[in-house]
Write a protein that binds this ligand. Sequence first.
Ligand code: CCH
Length: 287
Amino acid sequence: AQAQAKGPFVPAQADYQKVYDAIAQRLADETDYDDGSYGPVLVRLAWHASGTYDKETGTGGSNGATMRFAPESDHGANAGLKAARDFLEPIKAQFPWISYSDLWTLGGACAIQELSGPTIPWRPGREDRDVSACTPDGRLPDAAKDQRHVRDIFSRMGFDDREMVALIGAHALGRCHTDRSGYDGPWNFSPTVFTNEFFRLLVEEKWNQKKWNGPTQFTDKSTGTLMMLPTDMALIKDKNFKKHVERYAKDSDAFFKEFSDVFVKLLELGVPFKTDERFVFKTSDSE
Ligand code: CCH
């Protein structure tokens, strides 16, 4: 019998769930890193791949995965993200049909869910682009700056005040590394669990400038082991930002819901999708 003519492979939700499962499995296996998880750095990779978007020119964003190439891979803000890109290489080898741009954003969505965060509905359709699509340096936020800078950078992507505050709540996860950004330490005591702790601590803790030779950062009065960046402190200096910080500190459900909506929006900025359908992936503990 003659083999049936096959068209090009068109992956379905079940195929993307397999990719999700492979990332989740690797997150569970590779615990000998940082605070025990690659999840936070995967979230940062998805964010830095997407946060280069410029609404005026339509350039940047997650479509293209141009951080594979210098100069973008060498931009100061992207220091350390090679760890996340390398973590995903075996997944790319196992599922060669997925683009890097879809894989990096799916990695971020998977990490949020696996670290007990909200559901992140995700859509495929990004295509990798070449080095000519690299964005110029300076599109990602500089932690040493104030609320005007935060507003400038995130409004260039098309976000409003409420969305900016929700997004930065991802600083519940992970830590700063002196050999990457120059800053040091985690924002809270559970850096591998997605919570609203970042906001609670920002409001309830007293933050003092850290005495050290490094860049200006803030430390909690109670233990001296946690940190805030100058841009994090800007969220309680600015009254329009602060009202959302206070709301999220009190209402974890509101934070989870609004974070999910805005993270979905971030991962989709500038992507010429051909489909409206988003997939909701099952987490590893629900199977
Ligand atoms: Fe962030 N972030 N971020 N951040 N970030 C850093 C680490 C993480 C800023 C600066 C820094 C978002 C917004 C901002 C994560 C997610 C998000 C670090 C330390 C700096 C500096 C890097 C290092 O040393 O490894 C600034 C400035 C802003 C905005 O003003 C947004 C938005 C998100 C996601 C939605 C995550 C996660 C980390 C931890 C990474 C890790 O390796 O643990």
